[in-house]
Design a protein around this ligand. Sequence first.
Ligand code: BYC
Length: 315
Amino acid sequence: MSDTLQTASLEADFDRVIERHDRIEPRDWMPEKYRATLVRQVAQHAHSEIIGMQPEGNWITRAPSLRRKAILLAKVQDEAGHGLYLYSACETLGVTRAELTEKLIAGKQKYSSIFNYPTLSYADVGTIGWLVDGAAICNQVPLCRTSYGPYGRAMNRICKEESFHQRQGFELLLTMMSGTDAQRAMVQESVDRFWWPALMMFGPPDVESPNTAQSMAWRIKRDTNDDLRQKFVDMSVPQAQALGVTLPDAELRWNEERGHYDFTQPDWDEFMAVVKGSGPCNAQRIAHRKRALDEGAWVREAATAFARSQREDAS
Ligand code: BYC
């Protein structure tokens, strides 16, 4: 069989797997662009989990009680675990974690825009759990059915923990909302700051999203950015009512005809600026990641030397 015929047959097999909603596994043939799209998305997702440890990590030493400290420590550790599952999934596509980390630090790969905003009060820990993990769940539950096996299986594990994270954020805010006026004001101020960046997490509107159509066709993404954003708004409004906080959007109202809430779009110019590196914390986040990488070099060297000596002893 000629090379062209063989590629056409492999491509037809690949298309059939996608059509049947089956999974592509690491050793299966896949189009180069499918592989590159997955590396881009899964790496960005992994980087988001690792960089996402910083805003909440900021409050570990200042948690108001031992219970809150233990909860926050466990949550931030979970994020590290999510990053590792995702780097492992990405490595099955023929890249190494070291290469991906290098690209993150060089600004050649992205991480979620949300983590370029500061955490200014302890209420932000609750708001991140409620709104940011809430948005992450909306986005990630459908990704459990993504077409690439290792990514979908990583998402299964991650989603279980994310649901727990969202509940702890809601519980923290509920506790503060039943506290003093100052605590309630702190929660409202935090929700006012995080609402718009949370809406941006789903990516640009569908008409401006260069990747959505192809990623949907390959079933890497299972829903569009706008559909997920709408789902998040519909889910958040009753939760805000239960908490007793106001979402900072005067246009937010139920639309009987659509069966959804109408809402105002976030400032997409701000989103583009943050994604391009001009957010309030971009430089700080990458500098911190680079410092952690440099300071951990001796651990990686020691672990590699130990593994080598174990192999030599065994042979
Ligand atoms: N931030 O064509 P589009 C978490 C980029 S962590 C930055 O729609 P796509 C958590 C996009 O990459 C949550 N960049 O892209 C952790 C593209 O640029 P490139 C992380 C964004 O990929 C700790 C361009 O804009 N979740 O849960 O089809 C504590 C055009 O966009 C963003 C994931 O990563 C953004 N928000 O769709 C607490 C989920 N949005 O790459 C919580 C997995 C877009 O072409 N990822 N861009 O240069 C996805 O589902 C998709 O990648 C996205 C974007 C929906 C985010």
